[in-house]
Ligand binder design. Structure first.
Ligand code: ARG
Length: 231
């Protein structure tokens, strides 16, 4: 693994913004201290590359801007991060590994049915996210409340500091589990998650893509997918 440009050749340091359930969250019982779809995919990749996995929490905005990767704080980011042309100016992406949409989460008794209903109201978005960019374009008249993590967004909704959350569908779906909040609108933004890597590290991008292909071919990807997303 010497040619992969890892900071420590024996391990791959993978960063994710935690919690972003079911993609990454803390789990003291797991060997890495974390669990989730992104963590499992990262583990497969690390195994395939023959290195150890160190999973690390990092603020999403520092991941999507390239700061954490280009400074060498992380070798790779697995953080439910959408591949965008804008981000590609600063970071490299693997092939896509998950398709996602945006969605609007509100308290069950809310009158809000879509972004257009939020005129004069407050909507929580994650700093630096594709959801925040979408809300900037589509939530006319709404006040956007930018928060660094999904946990803080959900707390703001629970504390009635905001009227709604715009976030990736699978993550908002997780917030409907206690029965108090509902997804009232889905927006098909055609987003695809990619693993992010330092821009000039073509070798690692190629190796990671080969591992992704390998776990798709072996059926392992489907197994992991089903364990999180099967109905
Ligand atoms: N998919 C969205 C984006 O790329 C949100 C990702 C947020 N991820 C996280 N781990 N908090 O902007």
């Amino acid at each position: 693994a010497a040619e992969l440009g890892l900071k420590d050749p024996g391990k791959i340091v993978v960063c994710g913004d935690v919690p972003f359930r079911p993609f990454e969250e803390e789990d003291p019982t797991s060997p890495t201290g974390y669990k989730g779809f992104d963590v499992d995919i990262s583990q497969e990749i690390a195994d395939g590359l023959g290195v150890e996995l160190e999973f690390k929490d990092a603020t999403f905005d520092t991941l999507q801007s390239g700061l954490a990767l280009n400074s060498g704080q992380c070798d790779m980011s697995a953080s439910g991060m959408t591949i965008t042309e804008d981000r590609k100016k600063e970071i490299a992406f693997s092939d896509g590994y998950y398709d996602s949409l945006q969605s609007l989460l509100v308290p069950k008794d809310s009158d809000v049915k879509e972004l257009g209903d939020l005129n004069g109201k407050k909507i929580a978005v994650q700093q630096g996210s594709t959801g925040s960019a979408y809300a900037e374009k589509k939530a006319e008249g709404a006040e956007l409340v930018y928060l660094p993590s999904d946990a803080e967004m959900f707390q703001a909704l629970q504390g009635n500091q905001v009227d709604a959350i715009l976030q990736d569908l699978p993550v908002n779906l997780d917030h409907t589990k206690d029965g108090e909040y509902a997804i009232v609108a889905e927006y098909d933004t055609g987003e695809e998650y990619g693993l992010a890597i330092k821009k000039d590290n073509t070798k690692l991008v190629e190796a990671v893509n080969a591992e992704l292909q390998e776990i798709r071919d072996s059926g392992r990807y489907q197994e992991i997918y089903d364990s999180y997303f099967a109905e």
